[in-house]
Write a protein that binds this ligand. Structure first.
Ligand SMILES: Nc1nc2c(c(=O)[nH]1)N[C@H]1C(S)=C(S)[C@@H](COP(=O)(O)O)O[C@H]1N2
Ligand SMILES: [Mo]
Length: 409
């Protein structure tokens, strides 16, 4: 397979190809504008919109590796457009793979036989499968953590929701024959570290999650080939699980009988044990910590900005999206009295339990003064958003309830 680096080799790479910088208006991604506490100095203060090739201007966090966040306005509908979908990479060297050169290798000590598939074979020889699912970085909203934690200082847009289409990973693995001793399935690895010591981006999933009928090797997103920044030509889609497992530019799948021990499993993307009620990735649990797994329930108000003025007698039009780790959204409640009382918002069309779910509620603005507006999502499993942030060292799972102030004038 031929590979070409397109983003890391030269510092000028992305910059040279991109449209000119545009300064982002303060309110666009600013945490205060979204009703979260003021962020530490330097964290989200400097934000610029920047257009990678094939993308609309996104909020730039870092250029090498490319980390770009989706602006709020694109979350006003349940499906995130491909050209506005966020971009997250750990390593600066990203492979540019030609579809005609690409193959997927299937192996590992827990398969009966090694196989290799071209894209054409995957498309022609397997039953197609599709699912609408949220791809959310574990560190989405990290920049809103107080106290501050290190890492990419994401605002609210390190996520997106798309219709993914491809084939089931379980069907691919079945061709290779999975042995009884299979413990995990390991995914790699197309990115190249520019600094040689950085370990390759390799992730694994528990065998039962890899064999779940919803876990896909996807080639399409919203009816088009995956954008190159989002994993062209193929990526893993693990509905409900945080996006760290959604390996892009997938080239290899291995069923193995021992836990994957690389840095990206053993050290990165871990949570203190027992802090969250998400399922455990049992073969990877250590004394103090365990890998992050599924997403926690969350919501985002997309129709209001902090400090927005609303004429008395009009209504406060509350709109937003809610999502969780796969139970599906049961309800979104809204409060306009700092959480003293709650009323149910109307839910939008159900695109499946892994999708964003829109919500709306119009509340009459009867009296002058400032109002605290909050939205709280609850999943079908009864999980609800937290009042206070659950702190953890790497800044994952921020699902504290948003508080926006609006002025009725
Ligand atoms: N090849 C590759 N795949 C990857 C990553 C990466 O660095 N390299 N990062 C993961 C993480 S942490 C996230 S949040 C998602 C981001 O997906 P996106 O860039 O399509 O939005 O990709 C995942 N897959
Ligand atoms: Mo991530």
């Amino acid at each position: 397979m031929r590979r070409k680096l397109f983003a890391g080799a030269a510092g000028a790479g992305i910059l040279a190809m991109s449209k000119p910088l545009r300064v982002l208006a303060v309110e666009d991604g600013n945490s205060a504008a979204l009703g979260f506490a003021r962020i530490p100095e330097g964290a989200l203060v400097e934000q610029h919109l920047y257009a990678l090739p094939g993308k609309v201007p996104l909020i730039r966090k870092t250029s090498r590796p490319p980390n770009f966040e989706t602006p709020l306005e694109y979350f006003r509908s349940a499906i995130t457009p491909n050209d506005a979908f966020f971009v997250r990479y750990h390593l600066a060297g990203i492979s540019e793979i030609k579809a005609s050169d690409w193959t997927l290798k299937v192996g590992g000590d827990s398969v009966e036989r090694e196989l290799e598939f071209t894209l054409k074979q995957l498309k022609n020889d397997f039953e197609p499968a599709e699912i609408t699912a949220v791809c959310q970085c574990a560190g989405n909203r990290r920049g809103l953590f107080e106290p501050h934690v290190a890492g990419v200082q994401w605002g609210v847009g390190a996520m997106g929701n798309a219709l993914w289409r491809g084939v089931r990973l379980k069907d691919i693995l079945a061709r290779a024959g999975v042995k009884r001793d299979a413990l995990e399935v390991v995914f790699g690895d197309a990115d190249q570290a520019v600094i040689e010591k950085t370990p390759a981006f390799i992730k694994s999933l528990p065998i039962e999650v890899a064999l779940d009928e919803n876990t896909l090797v996807a080639f399409e997103m919203n009816g088009n080939p995956l954008p190159r920044w989002n994993g062209f030509p193929a990526r893993i889609v693990v509905p409900g699980w945080t996006a760290t497992y959604w390996v892009k530019h997938l080239t290899s799948v291995k069923a193995v009988s021992k836990p994957e021990a690389g840095f990206w499993m053993s050290t990165a993307y871990r949570l203190p044990r027992g802090k969250f009620k998400t399922p455990s990735f049992e073969s990877q649990v250590a004394n103090a910590n365990e890998p992050i797994t599924t997403m926690v329930v969350n919501s985002l108000i997309t129709s209001l900005k902090n400090g927005q003025q609303i004429p008395r007698g009009r209504s406060i039009d509350l709109k937003g999206i809610a999502w969780d780790g796969g139970a599906g959204i049961d309800r979104v409640e809204v409060s306009i009295d700092s959480g003293a009382s709650w009323r149910r918002a109307k839910l939008g069309r159900d695109l499946g339990r892994f999708s964003f779910r829109e919500f709306t509620l119009a509340v009459p603005a009867r009296e002058r003064g400032s109002i605290v507006v909050m939205a709280r999502a609850t999943s079908h499993s009864g999980e609800t958003q937290v009042d206070r942030l659950i702190h953890n060292p790497a800044g994952y799972h921020h699902n504290a309830i948003q508080r926006l102030y609006v002025e009725v004038v």
